[in-house]
Design a protein. Structure first.
Length: 269
């Protein structure tokens, strides 16, 4: 019995040490490519997205965007975010963005369902093609997908697909009509662990020089007109549950989001 108890006490520090080591290795890989690793989502940001789920699903949708629900949503936003974010301006336009609200509410509400999704043999080519098809309806650009993973990958396909959807949609929205969004997936080994390195590059003008690259992963930080700035925040919140490490590189020729997704079990959070 003592032996079993020792193993029980040892397993969590060993797991946490392996996780920290692999995250550091992933950050080193990204920095070697001149990519800024994304910070972990704060507890406040995670709580905010959970609260948005409740407010949007139970209040805004149920009351069909009445003035009361708009005020409740705006209050929730403004209480937690300063005037430097897009929160106040976007909250004021809430009644004119019902479709985006409802879509976001349904995605966030499904986050908890996806966390418990069964692990399957995921085929990246199929997942990326499905996500690209959905994102292709958002903009008027071409999405070019190159899959170099060379096989299957143990993960939660729906959960991973939702996170990738937000990254790819963000790139499509930043790309002008007729431009090309490039998606590339490579299989890599990091600290002995199996992972996929995903690059999603837009053809936009890059992230504004005065915007802190760490801030793009926070809710309501965006320079896009009539957008909430929630997509990459959703990705940041999902990252720990997926064993995902993100990063960004941007210049006037466009922005690339780098995402490293460890195979299920290789980076347990």
């Amino acid at each position: 019995m003592a032996h079993l108890e020792k193993n029980d006490h040892d397993v969590f520090p060993a797991r946490d040490a392996a996780r920290a080591r692999r995250v550091r290795a992933a950050h080193e890989l990204l920095r070697g490519l001149d990519v800024r690793p994304a910070p972990e989502a704060t507890g406040d940001d995670v709580a905010l997205l959970r609260n948005l789920d409740a407010v949007l699903a139970q209040t805004v949708r149920a009351t069909r965007h009445t003035s009361g629900s708009v005020r409740a949503y705006a209050s929730l936003i403004q209480d937690g975010y300063d005037s430097g974010s897009n929160a106040s301006g976007w909250a004021a336009r809430i009644s004119h963005a019902a479709g985006e609200l409802d879509e976001f509410a349904s995605r966030v509400a499904s986050l908890r369902v996806c966390e418990n999704e069964r692990v399957v043999d995921l085929r990246w080519q199929e997942v990326l093609a499905r996500v690209a098809e959905r994102c292709g309806r958002v903009g008027a650009c071409t999405i070019e997908v190159i899959d170099r993973t060379g096989g299957t990958f143990r993960q939660r396909a729906e959960f991973a697909g939702r996170a990738i959807f937000h990254i790819l949609r963000n790139a499509v929205e930043a790309t002008p009509r007729g431009g090309i969004v490039r998606v590339r997936a490579d299989h890599v080994r990091i600290d002995g662990a199996s992972a996929v390195h995903l690059r999603v590059s837009d053809a936009g003008k890059g992230i504004d020089a005065d915007l802190d690259l760490n801030s793009i992963w926070k809710p309501f930080i965006t320079r896009k007109a009539n957008h909430a700035g929630l997509g990459l925040a959703y990705v940041a919140v999902c990252a720990p549950s997926l064993g995902m490490v993100n990063g960004v590189r941007s210049d006037p020729q466009g922005t690339t989001i780098h995402t490293i997704i460890f195979e299920e079990g290789e980076l347990t959070w």
